[in-house]
Design a protein around this ligand. Structure first.
Ligand code: B12
Length: 410
């Protein structure tokens, strides 16, 4: 079967020539291959909606199943063609990144590129009116990255808005900041390296990307994790893309942390986020892809016998809530149950979810709906106050654990 090759996009003088962690250590290579195999297995399941991030991960892997990838691409294209208007900034950006990663080399996707430019302008206007884009800086960054990977220019004002947000620490809040800063740094690095901006702006983008780079290395925990285990792959993508040798040890420690915690990446969405770096690649490598290679299989999930008891609490601390604690009851579930199973088993608890590529997103509990436009959401926490790092379908509470669903602002 033919092999995949990625030419170095980053000029050799900018890349760490022997990045200690860019290659997965021998002993872990099997585990990474097994994870790739699991993702291929999930991608081959026609019952699952196709997700551009999954396609990207398949394409950025070192080993491939060309037929499966082709079928997946076709499903993805069908899904995108079946909607009247392209989806918003982030989804469209990921889709365009996916199209750029196809083999043979991509043809023009001018209409979609035009839509994405339009969405970015809308986000840009939103960011002046409300202090943040209509979507989020994460999506805004993805949009710029996708246009850059397609070698399309973006209006300078649109880039400067993101630069200002980064330089003045306005990119966001709490839990998601690492992911957002990393995506933004990838976009800056791409624009600078692909020379899509004039030299002054390129210099500013380079400084900003390196400052993100340093900041990420500084917040790395002694366990190698940057932010949390799910944001660590994004941080490592930045290290790979900027290729600065000063972050080499941060890269190896981050990589070691990922390899020690591979079992945390159990869903298609999280596997898709970790696999590119495990293969030593960042989204910037999409721009320099050639064509293709080798198949693998999937593993079954182990069942745990017995039952467990979980305490479920629902809180509404916002000023307009009529009561803080709306629900507080024990729920008996099988030992292997997820938080979603707990919600389903809980008596007198009505809730709604919305399907997303990350799994079901909790939108409504006890008739209270979290509203995107009001920037509130149902936050998931384990008592007393630790936000979960997974969604309801993936989190498996321990016996005796107290879980809180709290209507929060973001
Ligand atoms: C922005 C964001 C949010 C925003 C989304 C609002 C918005 N309008 O953008 C808010 C603050 C609401 C949010 C909430 C949560 N998030 Co969040 N979020 C992100 C972030 C930074 C970007 C997502 C995005 O825009 N993707 C691009 C668009 C194009 O893709 P999309 O699929 O259409 O995105 C939608 C879904 O991702 C959904 N969403 C966002 N977060 C989550 C989490 C889960 C579990 C699900 C099912 C869906 C979901 O909102 C997005 C916008 O509509 C990602 C970072 C990342 N690395 O992916 C984390 C991320 C996906 N979130 C994460 C988590 C843990 C959560 C929470 C569970 C936190 C908590 N303890 O409550 C909650 C979800 C609770 C619930 N109600 O089900 C984790 C998921 C890890 C995992 N194991 O899967 C990530 C990877 C961050 C991280 N590094 O830990 N999140």
């Amino acid at each position: 079967m033919p092999g995949v090759g990625l030419g170095p996009l980053v000029p050799p003088d900018l890349r760490c020539l022997s990045p200690a962690g860019a290659e997965v250590p021998e002993g872990s290579a099997g585990a990474v291959r097994a994870l790739s195999a699991r993702l291929l297995g999930l991608a081959g399941d026609p019952a699952r909606d196709p997700d551009p991030s999954v396609y990207l991960a398949l394409r950025l892997a070192r080993e491939h199943d060309p037929q499966l990838e082709q079928r997946y691409l076709e499903r993805l294209q069908d899904a995108f063609r079946s909607v009247a208007e392209p989806p918003q900034t982030g989804r469209l950006a990921l889709y365009l990144l996916g199209l750029r990663a196809t083999c043979p080399s991509p043809h023009s996707h001018r209409t979609l590129v035009t839509w994405l430019k339009y969405y970015l302008e809308e986000d840009w206007i939103g960011s002046w009116q409300d202090g943040h884009p209509l979507t989020t800086y994460y999506q805004y960054g993805l949009g710029m990255l996708a246009l850059c990977v397609h070698h399309k220019r973006v209006r300078e004002g649109v880039i400067r808005r993101l630069l200002t947000a980064q330089n003045y620490g306005k990119l966001g809040h709490h839990g998601n900041l690492v992911d957002t800063r990393a995506v933004v740094a990838l976009a800056f690095t791409c624009l600078e390296q692909r020379r899509l901006v004039d030299t002054d702006l390129a210099a500013e983008l380079r400084v900003a990307a390196h400052s993100v780079n340093r900041g990420l290395a500084e917040i790395q925990g002694s366990n190698g994790i940057i932010g949390n285990i799910y944001s660590t792959p994004w941080a490592l993508q930045v290290f790979l893309a900027t290729g600065t040798c000063q972050t080499e040890s941060a890269f190896s420690q981050g990589m070691a942390a990922l390899l020690e915690n591979l079992e945390a990446f159990g869903t298609a969405a999280t596997m898709a986020q970790v696999l590119p770096v495990l293969h030593g690649r960042s989204y910037l490598d999409i721009a320099s892809m050639h064509c293709t290679l080798t198949p693998l299989d999937m593993e079954p999930l182990a069942e745990v016998p017995g039952n467990k008891m979980v305490q479920l609490v629902v809180e509404c601390p916002l000023p307009w809530c009529y009561e803080l604690r709306l629900y507080d009851r024990p729920v008996l579930v099988p030992a292997s149950a997820s938080l979603l199973d707990v919600l389903q088993a809980a008596t007198a608890l009505k809730f709604h979810t919305q399907d997303t590529p990350q799994g079901p997103f909790l939108t409504q509990v006890l008739g209270l709906e979290a509203r995107q436009e009001k920037r509130n959401y149902w936050q998931l926490l384990t008592a007393p106050d630790t936000p979960l790092q997974m969604g309801i379908a993936d989190y498996r509470p321990k016996d005796g654990e107290t879980l809180i669903l709290r209507l929060s602002e973001w």
